[in-house]
Design a protein around this ligand. Structure first.
Ligand code: HEM
Length: 107
């Protein structure tokens, strides 16, 4: 899993991932570092529900590497129309694929 902890080995860094740019986002599924979603409604629902809140089992209570969801991540309670509006925004910033042609080298 390419998260910051793998580089620093600091337990505080478990679950920290680079925040990706979203330009062309609708063309690059599956999404997230682990390809968790291949449908954008699923991504939107996950954010709307406040992301996963993993619960520690008794034998994990003292595990410093147990991933915790940040306190700032909260349920959004967006309506279907609001979620669709965000998906439309993501579509608006998704560019068409383009091909860069190599310039001709001088003889
Ligand atoms: C409704 C609001 C949001 C939407 C629609 C959204 C959308 C997305 C999407 C589509 C991805 C996948 C990108 C990819 O696979 O290249 C993503 C990844 C990510 N987003 Fe968001 N995002 C939202 C809010 C946030 C917020 C508030 C944060 C940080 C505080 C955040 C941090 C991240 C990070 C770190 C990733 C990479 C996670 C991973 O690779 O597993 N996002 N987001």
């Amino acid at each position: 899993m390419p998260n910051l902890y793998n580089v620093t080995k600091d337990p505080q860094d478990v679950g920290k991932f680079r925040t990706p740019g979203l330009r062309k986002v609708l063309r690059i599924s599956p999404w997230f570092h682990n390809g968790l979603f291949d449908n954008i409604e699923g991504v939107m629902n996950m954010y709307n529900n406040g992301m996963p809140q993993p619960k520690q089992k008794p034998d994990e209570l003292n595990d410093p590497l147990f991933p915790k969801t940040d306190v700032h991540i909260k349920r959004l309670n967006l309506t279907k129309a609001e979620r669709d509006a965000i998906i439309s925004f993501l579509a608006a910033i998704t560019t068409e694929p383009w091909r860069i042609t190599t310039p001709e080298l001088p003889q």
